[in-house]
Design a protein around this ligand. Structure first.
Ligand code: ATP
Ligand code: MG
Length: 386
């Protein structure tokens, strides 16, 4: 959200330092790069908490030797108790060693003298750890997307959601394919079943949300798309953002099924995703669209790690080799799911997920493996510890 021409990946830094020479030294080191943006230097420690609330830095550096009414380590202690807690790096001298202790709000230490390399590295490291911490315990949102229709997005999203639910993650499936609401058809829900449109427009509460979720017999909760095509445009990206932020609090995994064309709403679901699971098939036009989409994602500024590729119907290659596909998209696809026409058509027609109907089928095991790799890693460890 930072303005002033800064990029989304920039780390926003605030420095609390009352020695002008040291402040100048840090400024000088940071001038040579653009990864870290120094928002301000504050010389009076008592003013730091208010400035942090206002400027919302990603990382704060506090000089342990800060003088005045608010001493350096006193400020660190105060910041450690604040909510939300901002990651703090303590700057000190060898004569007064300080050790990193995240429990006490010291996420990193820099001892004078340090190089620009040390400075930038330490800031990035502390920032990265803080981000991981804040994502832990939060819902993982996986947006399933394909830049081409009919390649299995809805089928995979539904079965993936059921599989993550089976693996113990509280899961909600969101029908982000708003015009045709693919999941309504698939699950044969009654036309009057509530949808995303039944949410209040201003303040959505958790209770409102549970009223509009469809509880599928497969065990997962589903937020349906509007019942009629022309209603799709009543849903805005603001609605998407609000819905997602509430779902993140109530669930451990959010799986979104999307339409294959880029609308504002589809982009909203892609933006919000922790991970985009992009479907590819061995088909020239799909591959062409996949390459084009990779260019678009790059232009938007998505890091490559935000996207993982899933080759659907990976065993029916139609003459295109996996290597050709990998060369075309410039990556080795992370996941493959085999095809099983009979089982998929039968279970889709019955509205049951094949991962439940035929758990031993190769296609089911493939999807279960994808689920485990996307949300299962942390949970498997928890399960094993029990
Ligand atoms: N792995 C698979 N093996 C066999 N058939 C599959 C597989 N995946 C999908 N299909 C079939 O492909 C067809 C399209 O599937 P689905 O509706 O999930 O695709 P979609 O990408 O969501 O389509 P749309 O663009 O209409 O939303 C369905 O008939 C489904 O049965
Ligand atoms: Mg679909």
């Amino acid at each position: 959200m930072s303005g002033g021409g800064s990029s989304a990946n920039q780390v926003r830094l605030l420095l609390v330092e009352d020695v002008p020479q040291v402040a100048q030294y840090v400024r000088g080191l940071l001038n040579a790069q653009s990864i870290i943006k120094l928002l301000d230097v504050i010389s009076d420690g008592t003013k730091a908490p208010a400035q942090i609330l206002q400027l919302r830095p990603d990382v704060v550096i506090v000089d342990a030797l800060l003088q005045g009414r608010m001493k350096g380590l006193g400020l660190v202690e105060q910041l450690a108790a604040a909510e939300p807690r901002v990651p703090v790096i303590v700057l000190t001298v060898p004569q007064q060693p300080v050790s990193a202790d995240p429990e006490r709000g010291i996420d990193g230490v820099l001892s004078m003298p340090f190089s620009g390399y040390d400075l930038v590295n330490r800031i990035q490291e502390v920032h990265k750890r803080a981000q991981e911490r804040s994502h832990a315990g939060q819902a993982r949102m996986i947006t399933v997307f394909a830049p081409k229709g009919g390649v299995g997005t809805t089928t995979i999203a539904f079965n993936l959601a059921v599989a993550t639910g089976q693996q113990g993650a509280r899961t909600v499936l969101v029908d982000g394919s708003l015009q045709f609401g693919d999941l309504r058809a698939l699950l044969k829900v009654p036309a009057d079943a509530p949808s995303i449109l039944d949410l209040p427009t201003d303040r959505i509460t958790d209770a409102d949300l549970s009223d509009v979720l469809w509880r599928d017999p497969s065990g997962i909760d589903i937020l349906l798309a509007p019942p009629r095509i022309e209603m799709a445009e009543m849903v805005t990206t603001r609605d998407v953002d609000k819905v997602v932020s509430i779902l993140r609090r109530a669930y451990e995994a959010i799986v979104v099924d999307t339409a294959s064309y880029l609308t504002d709403v589809t982009l909203g679901f892609l933006d919000q995703a922790d991970l985009i699971l992009e479907l590819v098939t061995f088909d020239v036009t799909t591959i062409h669209n996949t390459i084009a989409m990779a260019g678009t994602f790059r232009a938007i500024g998505y890091p490559p790690t935000k996207v993982q590729y899933l080759v659907n119907r990976a065993d029916s290659s139609g003459g295109i080799a996996v290597e050709d596909l990998a060369r075309s998209i410039g990556r080795i696809p992370e996941h493959t799911v085999v095809s099983d026409g009979q089982l998929v058509v039968r279970s889709n027609n019955e509205g049951v997920p094949f991962v439940l109907a035929a758990p031993d089928a190769a296609i089911s095991q493939d999807v279960v493996r994808v689920a485990a790799s996307l949300v299962g890693a942390g949970r498997a460890a928890v399960g094993a510890a029990r």
